[in-house]
Design a protein around this ligand. Structure first.
Ligand SMILES: NC(=O)N[C@@H](CC(=O)O)C(=O)O
Length: 240
C-alpha cells in the first residue's frame, strides 16, 4: 500500500492507476491473499520460479507442494496469477525453458485449478502461443482476444545485459508502440494492433477500457541519444 502511495505521489503527467502486484513466495498464506484483496490496491499475484529472473530469489520453489491453498484462495478472491514461465533446471537449455515450464507446471496448473485466471507474461516461443491458444479455461477469453500487449520493459545496466547470463527485459517503453506498429504492419495485421494494445488486456482483466486515445502517425522519428548514453555515471541516486 505504501508503494502504491509513492507511485501515486510521483506520477506527474498522467492519471494512470497503478494495479499493484503481490510477489508470491513459498510462505505466502491464503490469509495474505484475503488481506491483499481487502487492501483495495493489490490486483494480481506474480509467480516467479525462484531464481528465474531479476529479483526472483524469493520466488516459488515448488508451486504444487507449497502454494496450492493460496492458488485456491485466489480463485475465491478472483485474483489473477501472472506467470514468469520458465523452469530453472540447469540441464534444460535456456531456449527450452519456457516449453518445459508449460509441460511441467502450467499445463498441470490449468487442469488442477481451471477457474484460476492465468496470464503468461512475455511469451517467447511458438509452444507458448500454441498453449495459450489451446486453453479455454483459466485463459478465459476466446482465441486471439487473449493475447495482448506487455512490454517487459526493464532498464538493465549494460554489463548485466551483455554477459553470459544476461537479464532478459529490455528498456523499450519509449519506443514500444512504434515497434509494435512496425511488427504488425510487417505481418499485414495493422487492423489488429488496437485490440492487442488497448482492448484485449482490460477485457481479459474485467477492467474498463481506457477512454483516452493515442494516434500513431506514420512518420520517421527517434534519432534520440539519451544524455550520457554509454557512459559511466559517478553518482547513484537512491531512496534516503
Ligand atoms: N523477461 C524477464 O525475465 N523479465 C523480467 C524483467 C527483467 O528483465 O528484469 C520480469 O520481471 O519478468
Amino acid at each position: 500500500m505504501a508503494y502504491c502511495q509513492s507511485i501515486l505521489k510521483a506520477r506527474e503527467y498522467s492519471d494512470f492507476t497503478p494495479l499493484m502486484t503481490l510477489y508470491l513466495t513459498d510462505t505466502t498464506s491464503p490469509n495474505e491473499i484475503k488481506l491483499a484483496r481487502d487492501s483495495g490496491v493489490v490486483f494480481v499475484v506474480k509467480l516467479y520460479p525462484a531464481g528465474a529472473t531479476t529479483n526472483s530469489q524469493d520466488g516459488v520453489t515448488d508451486l504444487f507442494g507449497k502454494c496450492l491453498p493460496v492458488l485456491e484462495e485466489m480463485v475465491q478472491q478472483i485474483m489473477p496469477l501472472l506467470v514468469h514461465g520458465e523452469v530453472t533446471i540447469p540441464d534444460v537449455d535456456m531456449f527450452d525453458r519456457e516449453e518445459v515450464f508449460i509441460d511441467t507446471v502450467l499445463s498441470p496448473l490449468v487442469q488442477k485449478i481451471p477457474q484460476l485466471k492465468v496470464i503468461m507474461e512475455h511469451i517467447t516461443t511458438m509452444d507458448a502461443v500454441n498453449f495459450v491458444e489451446s486453453c479455454d479455461k483459466g485463459f478465459v477469453a476466446p482465441t486471439r482476444k487473449k493475447i495482448f500487449l506487455g512490454t517487459d520493459s526493464a532498464p538493465h545496466d549494460r554489463r548485466k545485459k551483455e554477459c553470459p547470463c544476461g537479464c532478459a527485459g529490455i528498456y523499450n517503453s519509449h519506443v514500444a508502440l512504434s515497434v509494435y506498429a512496425k511488427v504488425f504492419e510487417e505481418a499485414g495485421a495493422l487492423e489488429k494492433l488496437e485490440a492487442f494494445t488497448s482492448f484485449n488486456g482490460p477485457d481479459f482483466y474485467g477492467l474498463p477500457r481506457n477512454t483516452s486515445k493515442i494516434k500513431l502517425i506514420k512518420t520517421p522519428w527517434g534519432d534520440i541519444v539519451p544524455m550520457f548514453a554509454g557512459e559511466t555515471l559517478e553518482w547513484l541516486p537512491s531512496h534516503a
